[in-house]
Design a protein around this ligand. Structure first.
Ligand SMILES: Nc1nc2c(c(=O)[nH]1)N(C=O)[C@@H](CNc1ccc(C(=O)N[C@@H](CCC(=O)O)C(=O)O)cc1)CN2
Ligand SMILES: Nc1nc2c(ncn2[C@@H]2O[C@H](COP(=O)(O)OP(=O)(O)OP(=O)(O)O)[C@@H](O)[C@H]2O)c(=O)[nH]1
Ligand SMILES: [Mg+2]
Length: 441
C-alpha cells in the first residue's frame, strides 16, 4: 500500500548537532533525487553527495541513503539526507525538498505510515514514541521490549484463544439442540477461565509497564517546618527547594523528577498545611491540595519529636479516601530511636538517615514489583482495553447458558484486545495517538 503524498521532515532533534537528518517518504523520490543530487542512488548504500539548490548552488554536502519500498521504515520509498546538524542549513535543505514536491510531514506521520503499511502494529508504534520519551533506563528497556513485539505477542496469543473459543460457541449456535452439552464437553467454561487468568497476568505486567512510562507522582505533605523541602532535597540529591527554619518557607509547589530503581518518580514538595492569614501562603496551600488531587501517593511527613498531632489527624481526614498515604517520621537525629510506632518509617532528611528504607517503601507503595525481563512498556489506553476485555469475559461467564449473549461478550472481549495492536481501531484513535508523536518520527 502506498500513500499518495511525499512527505519530508527533519528527523533529528531541533537545534545544533553534529549531523542532522531529513527523512522523506512516499512517491516521486526518484525525480527528487535526480534534481537534488543529480544521480541515481544504489539502494541501502551510503552515498556521499552534494545537495543542490535550483540554481545549482550547493546547499550542503552529506550522506544520502535510498530505501526503495517496501523495505524501509515506512514500507514506502524512503530517502534520507544526512547533512550538517545546523538549524539553518537543515531548514534550507528541507525547503528545497518542499520546492521539489514534498510537503511537511505531520507529527508521527512516518510511524503512522509504517503502521498502515503493516511494518509495525499499534502497540509497537507507540513503543517507538515511548522509547524516545523514556525517562529512565528501565523505561527504555521495556519500551524496546514492546517495540520488539513482546506485548503484541501476548495480545495475539490471547486473541487467538478467544477466536478458538468463539468458533466453538458459534458452532453450537447452528445446532441449538446440542448446545449446552457440546460446550460442556469442550470445557468452554474452563477455557474461558484460562483466558481470564492470562488476561489478569497481562494486566499486572502492563500496570508495571505503565508505571515505567508515566512515572509515579508522590506529593510531600505535612505541617510547616517538619522538613518536607529537606526531604525533597535529600531524595533529589541536590538543593532544589529552599530550606529555612521559618515555618511557611515553601509557597509554590516544587517538582523534581528522580529515579528510584529505574522507575521515574515525580516528587512534589508543597507548602506546609496550616491555618494562615498570609495571602501568598494561602494560595500555596491551595496548590498543595491541588497537587494532592493528582498524586498517586501522599507522603505525610511528621516531626518525630511531636508524633502525630491533632493537626496531622485533621490533614489525614481531609485527604481523598482513595489516595494511599505513607506516614514518615523525620528528624530522628534529634530523638534517637524514640518517636513513631513500630513499623513506621523513620528518617532524618538532614542527616541522611533511613533514606534507603524510605526509597524501598515508596516503590512498594506505588506498586513497583522490581524490574523483570517480562515488563513491556504500556499506556493507560492499553490498560483500559485489557480491563474492558476482562469485563466482557466476566459477562460471558455470567451468560454462560445464554449462548448468544455468551458469544457476543466473547466477540466484544476480542475487539477490546485488538484495539491494543490496532487490528480493530478507529481513525480518530489513530489520529490521537500519532499526533502526540514528534515531527519527523
Ligand atoms: N538513519 C536512520 N536511523 C534510524 C531510523 C531511521 O529511520 N533512519 N529509525 C527509525 O525509526 C530507527 C531504526 N528503525 C528502522 C526500522 C526499519 C528500517 C528498515 O529499513 N526496514 C526494512 C528493512 C529491514 C532489514 O533490512 O532487515 C524493512 O522493514 O523492510 C530502518 C530503520 C532508528 N535509527
Ligand atoms: N535536626 C533536623 N532538622 C531538620 C531535619 N529536616 C529538616 N530540618 C530542619 O527543619 C527546618 C525546616 O525544614 P524544611 O525542609 O524547610 O521544612 P518544610 O516542611 O519544607 O517547611 P515549610 O516549607 O515551611 O512547610 C529547617 O531548619 C531544617 O534544617 C532533620 O532531619 N533533622
Ligand atoms: Mg518547605
Amino acid at each position: 500500500m502506498t500513500t499518495s503524498e511525499l512527505i519530508a521532515a527533519v528527523a533529528t532533534a531541533p537545534g545544533r548537532g553534529g549531523v542532522g537528518v531529513i527523512r522523506l517518504s512516499g512517491p516521486g523520490l526518484a525525480a527528487l533525487t535526480q534534481a537534488l543530487i543529480g544521480r541515481e542512488l544504489t539502494p541501502r548504500h551510503a552515498h556521499f553527495a552534494r545537495f543542490k539548490a535550483a540554481d545549482g548552488a550547493v546547499i550542503d554536502e552529506g550522506i544520502a541513503l535510498w530505501f526503495p519500498g517496501p523495505n524501509s521504515f515506512t514500507g514506502e520509498d524512503v530517502l534520507e539526507l544526512q547533512g550538517h546538524g545546523g538549524p539553518v542549513v537543515l531548514a534550507m535543505l528541507l525547503k528545497r525538498c518542499i520546492e521539489l514536491g514534498a510537503r511537511h510531514a505531520e507529527a508521527g506521520e512516518f510511524s503512522k505510515r509504517a503502521f498502515l503499511n503493516g511494518k509495525l502494529d499499534l502497540a509497537q508504534a507507540e513503543a517507538v514514541a515511548d522509547l524516545i520519551d523514556a525517562q529512565s533506563e528501565a523505561a527504555a528497556r521495556s519500551a524496546l521490549k514492546s517495540l520488539d513485539g513482546a506485548f503484541s505477542r501476548e495480545v495475539h496469543q490471547l486473541v487467538d484463544q478467544l477466536i478458538t473459543l468463539r468458533m466453538l460457541v458459534e458452532a453450537t449456535l447452528d445446532f441449538p439442540e446440542e448446545d449446552i452439552d457440546f460446550l460442556e464437553a469442550a470445557d468452554a467454561r474452563g477455557k474461558l477461565a484460562g483466558i481470564a487468568a492470562q488476561l489478569h497476568a497481562v494486566l499486572a505486567t502492563a500496570t508495571q509497564g505503565r508505571l515505567l512510562r508515566e512515572g509515579a507522582h508522590i506529593v510531600l505533605i505535612g505541617q510547616p517546618n517538619v522538613g518536607k523541602s529537606s526531604l525533597m532535597n535529600a531524595l533529589a540529591g541536590e538543593d532544589v527547594a529552599i530550606v529555612t527554619d521559618i515555618a511557611g518557607t515553601t509557597r509554590d509547589t516544587v517538582r523534581e523528577l528522580i529515579q528510584l530503581d529505574g522507575v521515574p518518580v515525580h516528587i512534589i514538595d508543597t507548602a506546609g498545611l496550616r491555618e494562615t492569614d498570609d495571602v501568598v501562603e494561602k494560595i500555596g496551600i491551595e496548590r498543595t491540595w491541588a497537587a494532592i488531587e493528582k498524586a498517586d501517593l501522599a507522603l505525610l511527613l511528621l516531626d518525630s519529636r511531636e508524633g502525630v498531632t491533632a493537626h496531622d489527624q485533621a490533614i489525614l481526614e481531609r485527604l481523598p479516601a482513595t489516595l494511599p498515604v505513607l506516614r514518615v517520621f523525620n528528624k530522628i537525629d534529634l530523638t534517637g530511636e524514640a518517636g513513631g510506632e513500630a513499623g513506621d518509617l523513620r528518617v532524618s532528611a538532614k542527616a541522611g538517615l533511613g533514606l534507603a528504607a524510605l526509597r524501598q517503601a515508596l516503590l512498594a507503595r506505588v506498586g513497583w514489583q522490581g524490574e523483570s525481563d517480562a515488563v513491556f512498556i504500556a499506556r493507560e489506553r492499553h490498560l483500559d482495553a485489557i480491563r474492558r476485555a476482562q469485563g466482557h469475559l466476566d459477562s460471558a461467564e455470567a451468560a454462560y447458558l445464554q449462548i448468544e449473549l455468551f458469544a457476543e461478550e466473547l466477540r466484544l472481549a476480542q475487539n477490546a484486545l485488538s484495539e491494543i495492536t490496532g487490528a480493530f481501531t478507529s481513525d480518530d484513535l489513530l489520529g490521537v495517538i500519532f499526533s502526540r508523536f514528534c515531527i519527523g518520527k
